[in-house]
Design a protein around this ligand. Structure first.
Ligand code: UDP
Ligand code: MG
Length: 160
């Protein structure tokens, strides 16, 4: 047994990360992908996509009662997004930390939103808020066959 493989069997999670239309329009795709890549998580799905309204509504269904919901659906469908699935031990909470607070003015410098955005309604990136939602959202945004299972060359150097 390779120790890093055994360790990775425990607590492996998946999270859905999405560069929102403003992030795409502002040329931030590479920067945002890079934050997760450099951290050492494993990319298992990536595509550019013009999201239909129905999918945006399903993705944000928990926020349906909020006053900002119609504007949020317009925002998410206003241009192409970049959809990503990332895998790793503790990836859901860690990705949320890398992303920073919902309001970019409250987000710490060093986080994606803290460094790259100024307003909640244009906060450049989405990240799942729980492992359950990570699975749910990846199933929602990706079709079977669009995800890749692979072993990164760096794997033995990332975990003891
Ligand atoms: N949002 C907004 N106004 C608000 C709260 C949220 O426009 O007052 C948008 C914002 O784009 C946010 C998304 O709705 O990212 C989802 O809200 P949530 O509370 O789930 O924040 P997140 O999980 O993205 O930090
Ligand atoms: Mg959320």
């Amino acid at each position: 047994f390779l120790p890093h493989l055994v360790a990775s069997l425990e607590n492996v999670e998946e999270t859905y990360i999405m560069v929102k239309p403003d992030g795409v329009q502002r040329g931030l795709v590479g920067e945002i992908v890079s934050r997760f890549e450099k951290k050492g998580f494993k990319l298992i799905g990536l595509k550019m996509y013009q999201c239909p309204k129905e999918l945006a509504e399903e993705h944000y269904k928990d926020l349906k009662a909020k006053s900002f919901y119609p504007k949020l659906i317009n925002y998410i469908t206003s241009g192409p997004v970049v959809c990503m699935a990332w895998e790793g031990v503790g990836v859901v909470a860690s990705a949320r930390k890398l992303i920073g607070s919902t309001d970019p003015l409250q987000a710490e410098p060093g986080t994606i939103r803290g460094d790259l955005a100024v307003q909640t309604g244009r906060n450049v990136v989405h990240g799942s808020d729980s492992p359950e939602n990570g699975k749910r959202e990846i199933a929602l945004w990706f079709k079977e066959g669009e995800l890749c299972q692979w072993t990164p060359a760096q794997a033995p150097w990332m975990r003891e």
